[in-house]
Design a protein around this ligand. Structure first.
Ligand code: NAP
Length: 257
């Protein structure tokens, strides 16, 4: 177990990638605070169509320890409560995984200014706020911040706010890495390609087929693929890696750059 008794927060962990990350960390012995708006997992149209158990139930089935903390990452007081609850329950915090993210489909003309602010609030501002409030606990060699960005950090196509927010996450990662480096703590981003989660509900079956064709390794990604990368960044094995943005995308970006 590479993360035995480390304490982690994973935002957006009731569903999708966050759930996959929470289960992977718990498998490695971490105690996990599952932070999300609601505890029930989201059922997608294409993926996770029949999920019924909560992430905490799945952690406990595997012999791990987890708590659910109702959290809206776009509400600063809610994030403050998340960190306080986690530290009071488990006695410390080692790993902050900023995973919660949203997309509102449409280009500049179709989306509203309010849509832009909403997406930026959840996908970028909230990562700064959570990092700021967690930072006093993370100034130590086991301290980790892991942001979930996207392959769309590096190119257009995800919509104005999504693309801008995810590009911002990569540079926020670098800047925060410099700030935490003197303490031996690390900050990295994971950039998923197409992962099978309910966030894809807005796509058409043809869009999904196109994503498969564009992915050199011949399958779409799973939340566990991102979970495994998160375990690596959180572990001591990655203690000299900071400020990076790792694509976990089945080779998608290799075909572009
Ligand atoms: P998902 O299936 O929609 O799951 C996201 C989870 O975050 C949901 O449980 C959602 O809750 C929660 N959430 C949304 N807004 C929140 C808020 N304000 N506060 C707390 N929790 C909130 O999405 P996903 O595919 O797992 O995406 C996770 C991350 O990976 C996102 O940052 C996304 O941009 C990124 N990503 C995903 C892919 C992909 O192909 N899936 C690719 C690249 C990057 P509700 O259901 O209640 O809204």
């Amino acid at each position: 177990m590479t993360l035995k008794d480390r304490v982690a927060i994973v935002t957006g962990a009731s569903s999708g990638i966050g759930r996959g990350i929470a289960l992977a960390l718990a498998r490695e012995g971490a105690h996990v605070a599952v932070a999300d708006i609601q505890e029930a997992p989201k059922k997608g149209i294409y993926h996770d169509t029949d999920l019924t158990t909560s992430t905490v139930e799945e952690i406990e089935k595997r012999g791990g320890k987890g708590i659910f903390v109702q959290t809206d990452v776009s509400d600063d007081e809610s994030v403050r409560n998340l960190i306080e609850r986690t530290v009071s329950e488990f006695g410390k915090l080692d790993i902050l995984i900023n995973n919660a993210g949203i997309t509102i489909p449409g280009g500049i003309e179709e989306t509203t200014i309010a849509d832009y602010d909403t997406v930026m609030g959840v996908n970028l501002r909230a990562l700064y706020v959570a990092s700021k409030l967690a930072m006093p606990h993370l100034k130590k060699p086991s301290g980790r911040i892991i942001h979930i960005a996207s392959v769309q950090s590096f190119g257009g196509g995800g919509g104005p706010a999504y693309a801008a927010s995810k590009a911002g996450v990569v540079n926020l990662t670098r800047d925060t890495a410099l700030e935490l480096a003197p303490f031996g703590a690390t900050v990295n981003a994971i950039c998923p390609g197409y992962i099978e989660t309910p966030i894809q509900d807005y796509l058409t079956p043809q869009d999904i087929e196109d994503c498969k064709v564009k992915t050199p390794l011949p399958r779409l990604g799973l939340p566990s693929d991102i979970g495994n990368a998160a375990v690596f960044f959180a572990s001591d094995a990655a203690s000299w890696i900071t400020g990076t943005a790792l694509p976990v995308d089945g080779g998608w970006m290799a075909s572009i750059f």
